[in-house]
Design a protein. Structure first.
Length: 302
């Protein structure tokens, strides 16, 4: 049961740790699927770290999918009978809060003509906060608030590739939910993704990928603007106590701008236009620069 990854590339060293780990997992998963579908040996991805690959293999061994013995050719572990004699469900248990993240796994399913479905657990914010506080290592409440604001539910009308999706209330589980989940799995198994199912899905995915890239670019540029703005304020003798307030205002402004950009509120058209004269983040960054200047002027021109 796969949700699906984009073409694999070398991991930039500047990626946050969680992004590197997630990317490595998808790379390991692709190697797993390729070997399982083709019947070939299971070998480590060139770009995944050894610890990541070892953790992945340990998980496969724990599920009884790989033999502990090595193949005669010495190419690596080989499949057990359990892995090849019955339907195999791969469950990716993650928040996948952006649709573009889920689409990565869908593309992997499509590449190997596998089934794909999504189970989305909807939970009220207050319930999430309460559950988080009961964890042995709870996250800051602000992280939960941020995730609730960012998460994108499956959109069956907009994204044809999300049609095999089920949304359940995680705080009110019933026996009917089990029946719906079984039905979802059965439907997905009977309808594996075809490699030519790409037209509408690809256009929507390109929009999602473009939007994610635009937000990343805008975030990096806004950070540089804030850094330079703070330096200018310091050079113009803004008081230390006011510097903290200025920093908070600028970062709040940045967060609001990026969220508007992510939701498409700043851009009338989120489709990437293949033109050297068009940069979808330019208008947002220019507007942010103008408002950042107005913010710092309040402190400088007192």
């Amino acid at each position: 049961w796969v949700r699906g990854p984009s073409p694999l590339r070398c991991l930039p060293p500047q990626l946050p740790r969680w992004k590197r780990s997630r990317r490595e997992l998808l790379q390991c998963l692709e190697r797993f699927l390729r070997a399982l579908v083709t019947g070939g040996p299971l070998s480590a991805p060139a770009t995944a770290t050894q610890p990541a690959w070892e953790r992945f293999l340990a998980c496969c061994h724990g599920q009884g999918l790989l033999s502990s013995a090595e193949s005669h050719a010495g190419a690596g572990p080989y499949w057990t009978h359990a892995a090849t004699s019955r339907p195999l469900y791969l469950i990716l248990d993650d928040n996948f809060y952006y649709q573009s993240m889920r689409y990565e796994v869908y593309r992997l399913a499509r590449k190997y003509s596998l089934s794909f479905c999504q189970l989305f657990l909807e939970c009220p914010l207050e319930c999430c906060l309460q559950r988080n506080r009961l964890r042995s290592h709870p996250l800051p409440d602000q992280t939960i608030y941020l995730m609730a604001r960012k998460i994108e539910m499956p959109d069956l009308k907009k994204n044809a590739w999300e049609r095999n999706s089920l949304v359940l209330k995680s705080f009110d589980c019933t026996s009917e939910d089990n029946e719906q989940i079984i039905s979802l799995l059965a439907t997905a198994l009977e309808n594996p993704v075809k490699q030519n199912e790409e037209n509408t899905e690809q256009k929507e995915a390109d929009r999602a990928t473009c939007a994610a890239s635009t937000v990343h670019q805008a975030d990096q540029t806004c950070r540089r603007i804030i850094s330079q703005t703070m330096k200018d304020a310091k050079d113009k003798n803004v008081l230390p106590g006011e510097m903290k307030s200025l920093s908070e205002e600028l970062n709040k402004l940045k967060a609001e701008f990026l969220e508007d950009l992510r939701q498409g509120n700043n851009l009338k058209n989120q489709i990437c236009i293949q033109s050297q004269y068009f940069d979808p983040a330019t208008s947002v960054i220019s507007s942010f620069q103008h408002k950042a200047t107005n913010v710092v002027n309040k402190y400088i021109l007192k």
